[in-house]
Design a binder for this molecule. Sequence first.
Ligand code: TRP
Length: 338
Amino acid sequence: MTDTNFTPRVFSGIKPSGGLQLGNYLGAIKRFVGMQGQMETVYCVVDMHAITVWQDPAELANATREVAAGYLAAGLDPSKSILFNQSQVAAHAELGWIFNCVARVGWMNRMTQFKDKAGSNVEKQSLGLYAYPALMAADILLYHATHVPVGEDQKQHVELTRDIAKKFNHDYKVDFFPKTTPVIDGPATRVMNLRDGTKKMSKSGESDMERINMTDDADKIAKKFKKAKTDPEPLPETVDGLADRPEARNLVEIYASLNDATPADVINEYAGAQWGRFKPALADLAVAKLAPISTEMARYMDDPAEIDRILGDGAGRARAIAEPILRKTYDIVGMLRS
Ligand code: TRP
């Protein structure tokens, strides 16, 4: 699967829209930080993607800093990874345009995320929301990224990225863009709502009790896990016993992910346990792992100038990779530059 003609490089992005929650941490940030040091890693706060739906300007800037603070608090080391916000590197928009001209309308019409988000209101959506996956392909291919850690919901967009790279290479008779591999692993790539295990945990749900925010302090984290919805049965004897029990499965997967273990390890330890035993253990584990991160995030958020400095420095390093690739793309396409 991996394209070995290109130097391995990781790219991924998180949208700054609303606060960060546990799903962003376990499904994205924690995994991204874990790839640091294994190969070159480039992480982006994708503010240009965020405005595909309306964002209040002051809140957007704040949310951009909050995502950056989340990465840093979770262990992203700016000397090992490039961390920047997308709009500081103009090449994303420029390559995004080229890819708008490579991608076909029929491909975009198959994107399930657009259909889900637009619902029956397609006519009222921004053109940007529809074109978003072509910009995402540009984010990735601007760095010739070979590996893209994402959640299951983004797999289709990474496949589209491969299709765009393939069509570009084919149409212009070059071998210029790599075939990108989506990296989807870990037990909790999909963290579910604590009050309804059939819905994804999201930053926009009505009740704060249904999600763990990355800014929640120890008391809140413990309280939310202790009050999480469950069914009346004790934990099963095997992982298969979790199949039709969405809430139980979610809590076991969260435990496993926080503890760098598998759901089977957790079931081994807690087979047949009552919730009165498992939930406090989960709450303690979550507090031990997450409270230090929320404390560190708050420390960064008290020093926005430092966050801005890190993002600015990262943008400079990102441009150093992106601009030569964009220039070469322009040459291939036949854009005259004088
Ligand atoms: N579309 C991704 C999401 O909604 C965010 C994203 C934008 C991204 N550009 C990317 C992820 C490039 C990986 C690579 O979660």
